[in-house]
Design a protein around this ligand. Sequence first.
Ligand code: URA
Ligand code: SF4
Length: 214
Amino acid sequence: MPTGPSTASAADFIPASHSLAALRRAARNCHGCDLYLHATQTVFGAGRAHAPLFFVGEQPGDQEDRAGEPFVGPAGRLLRTTLQEVGIAPDDAYITNAVKHFKFIERGKRRIHQAPKRYEVKSCRPWLEAELGAVKPKLVVALGATAAQSLLGPAFKLTPNRGKLVAADIAPHVIATVHPSSILRAIDDDMRRRQLLAFRADLMAVAGALKELA
Ligand code: URA
Ligand code: SF4
């Protein structure tokens, strides 16, 4: 199977020092795939080294691309509110994405999000691995299918396994849940309410698992 238009990967840009500051600095110049060509900037993870929780989203959106920070738009607001509701302190959560550049198509003045291809997720994975190595979290949370598949492999099925503690090569303790933007896209208020309750239940499982692992 072709891996995509190029065999480049972020691996060629990982610096000798794996401190978070060195990684963040080096990621600014990553050309590991073509997504850097049109995005404003690399959006690296945010949070402290040794945070016990490590959240992985898909890729920065329009607002994140402009701000240079992950999860600062509507999906991020929903994530932070829900974390607060289940008693997870913001300082305990390192937040990053499977892919560090915004992928979009232009429609007039609007930039419409496009899902990254599997080879783009693979090209960017060395950054995720390096961040995991620097933060060494107790528990990793995959937000949505792209993150889950980067962390747990392409065979992982989100729906039957969401909210459950699973083991992976990349991290010993992983819980996958939906992406908060899927809740924002719910077809009506009733569905949104239900999806929000299920997301909150998954994050309560995260808070519970973290207490057990601490
Ligand atoms: N969605 C993501 O997956 N990541 C972000 O940083 C913002 C929105
Ligand atoms: Fe590098 Fe990832 Fe950006 Fe591709 S998406 S250029 S691999 S940082």
